[in-house]
Design a protein around this ligand. Structure first.
Ligand code: AMP
Length: 305
């Protein structure tokens, strides 16, 4: 017997599961020929994550999934200790989706010297929208994404449109700092009533769950007005949210997808309609990329130059 990394359930199929850097490097070197795609997650996997993995699986020779609850991107009053942990189920989803390698480190593996003194800075794009209520969140997120890109030596990385500001910042990091990684966006996977799937949806009570549907309903209403320009979109989306006082809206914005600045009334082209709010004790975010102007509509993902 060699000290080959463990497979879940001791089976011969399913992903190789590794936890340390040395195990990762050995398993990474043992992957087959061809390119490597990575899907980075915080665990508590659902159909949204599965879709990212399947999309990567269809396009790349090798697929790595990382499962890491990154303390650096949680604020002191956020839900790190409560965040759902479902490792066995996560491995089943990875196995069903044909993942080759799962890297599931603990914080001391990723940050062996404690909190890193040097971090990636998101800059001004990290201070708006989500950054306004989550100071430091995007620096922590980018820092771990950079480290995981280096550690996995990936050629491509798949991220959900669901976290639009995160996706934009990762694209900017790769472009601005010359990471040799192709960033691929995957459309948001939704529940039948439109609610964007999220690991945090498990916090919602039954009545929260009904209230939460207003966020995606507002986005759809806004999209239906996309042909009529920005103020029509904002008006239509706001009209849905005001009918649901139990959703405490943090922001509803229609912004340029590259700058996250509100689009002016004359603007036509791609824009991002984004919403964040609290339902019960849970903060939820959602967005819909839109094409504004004649024939305007919702888009699955933004077109990126
Ligand atoms: P998380 O585990 O929440 O950090 O998410 C890991 C990745 O899955 C990120 O790229 C997310 O944008 C993506 N993701 C989360 N929820 C969804 C969803 N409902 N549809 C598509 N992608 C998602």
């Amino acid at each position: 017997m060699t000290d080959e990394p463990a497979r879940p359930d001791g089976t011969a199929s399913g992903p190789v599961v590794v936890r340390s850097r040395d195990e990762l490097f050995a398993a990474r070197s043992a992957l087959g020929d061809g390119d490597v795609a990575v899907v980075m997650t915080m665990g508590a996997l659902h159909e949204g994550h599965a879709t990212l993995i399947q999309t990567a699986r269809a396009a790349h020779a090798n697929v790595i999934v990382t499962i890491f609850l990154n303390p650096l991107q949680f604020g002191p009053k956020e839900d790190l200790s409560l965040y759902p942990r479902t490792f066995d189920g996560d491995l089943r989803i990875c196995s069903d989706a044909g993942v080759d390698l799962v890297f599931a480190p603990t914080p001391d593996v990723i940050y062996p010297d404690g909190d890193p003194a040097v971090r990636v800075s998101a800059g001004p794009l990290g201070d708006v929208l989500e950054g306004q209520s989550r100071p430091g969140h995007f620096d922590g997120m980018l820092t771990v994404v950079a480290k995981l890109m280096h550690l996995t030596r990936c050629d491509a990385a798949y991220f959900g449109q669901k976290d639009a500001q995160q996706l934009l910042l990762i694209r900017r990091m790769c472009r601005d700092l010359d990471f040799p990684v192709r960033v691929v966006a995957v459309p948001t996977v939704r529940e039948p009533d439109g609610l964007a799937m999220s690991s945090r949806n498990t916090y919602l009570t039954e009545s929260d769950r009904e209230t939460a549907a207003c966020l995606s309903a507002a986005l759809r209403a806004g999209a239906a007005a996309a042909a009529d320009g920005p103020s029509a979109v904002r008006r239509a989306a706001r009209a849905v949210l005001v009918r649901e006082p139990l959703a405490l809206v943090d922001y509803l914005v229609l912004v340029h997808p590259d700058t996250l600045v509100d689009v002016p009334e004359w603007y036509r082209g791609e824009a991002l309609l984004a919403v964040a709010g609290r339902v019960g004790t849970t903060r939820l975010i959602d967005n819909l990329p839109l094409l504004l102007g004649p024939g305007g509509s919702a888009l699955e993902v933004l077109t990126v130059a």
